[in-house]
Design a protein around this ligand. Sequence first.
Ligand SMILES: CC(C)=CCC/C(C)=C/CC/C(C)=C/COP(=O)(O)OP(=O)(O)O
Length: 289
Amino acid sequence: MGVPEAYQHCEQIMRKQARNFSYGLRLLPTPKRRALSAVYAFARRIDDIADGEGTAGQRLARLTVAREALDGPPGIRDGNSDDLVLIALHDAARRYPLPIAAFGELIDGCAADVRGTTYARFDELLSYCRCVAGSIGRLSLGVFGTDDPEGATPLADALGVALQITNILRDVREDRLAGRIYLPIEDLERFGCTLSLDGAGRFTDPPHRLATLIRYEAVRAREWFADGMRLLPALDTRSAACTAAMAGIYRCLLDRIAADPAVALSARLSLPPWAKAMVAARALAGAGR
Ligand SMILES: CC(C)=CCC/C(C)=C/CC/C(C)=C/COP(=O)(O)OP(=O)(O)O
């Protein structure tokens, strides 16, 4: 299989599965969009292994196999593979300075998920967010390009952290049903919450305590957004538009979660397609100025 087919395959994965991020990625010129679709497809594979079928041992073993592709050959480094995602990623890494080792951090974070790691304090959760989302921010920056890599890298990392905290707040119930708690244990204790569920899958904590907890973490997420959005001036127009659209959609989600934590805690919140398209259109218009 050739490189064009490999990219086509990755773009298909992105279109089908990146229901929030595809709005931003569509704003990129074709070569960058293709490269990021390869990054997305490999990251999706790692995440799907962690969340997928099998015992914890089997999933960890699959993550180890995925990690081997990073250092190959065969794998990303030589593209000598019949795996379309690795072929596309190899080509992307030839064209752009991708920090491939960041995928190793993503795998570390996903392995922590499989092990059911919990986080005693916020700084521990932060390390996890840097692994699973800061890594994607830094890989994205490799594709976008910047004149100031030293200044821009921590900002790309921060934006990834902002998105991940938002994702955690959106998915508190879903994760809890899967046996996972990401919010720092010290914060749960501080607000008198346990995140226990009753037989019908509803939280047993008093709603006002849960709401206070969620709003407290939402304030933190906003601070990370404010930091991460300082990345935009370091990017070219279309990369800035892409980043602003991806961040804008998640920032809207965060506002909805903070406005009504009870709704967010009872079902997965999402924005309708037209709202996401509006955010992307505004991002494109704003980036040109
Ligand atoms: C500089 C820059 C571009 C920074 C951002 C980096 C980035 C896109 C991080 C992804 C973090 C995240 C919440 C992934 C969830 O993906 P998902 O596909 O599971 O999302 P979904 O659950 O909302 O569909």
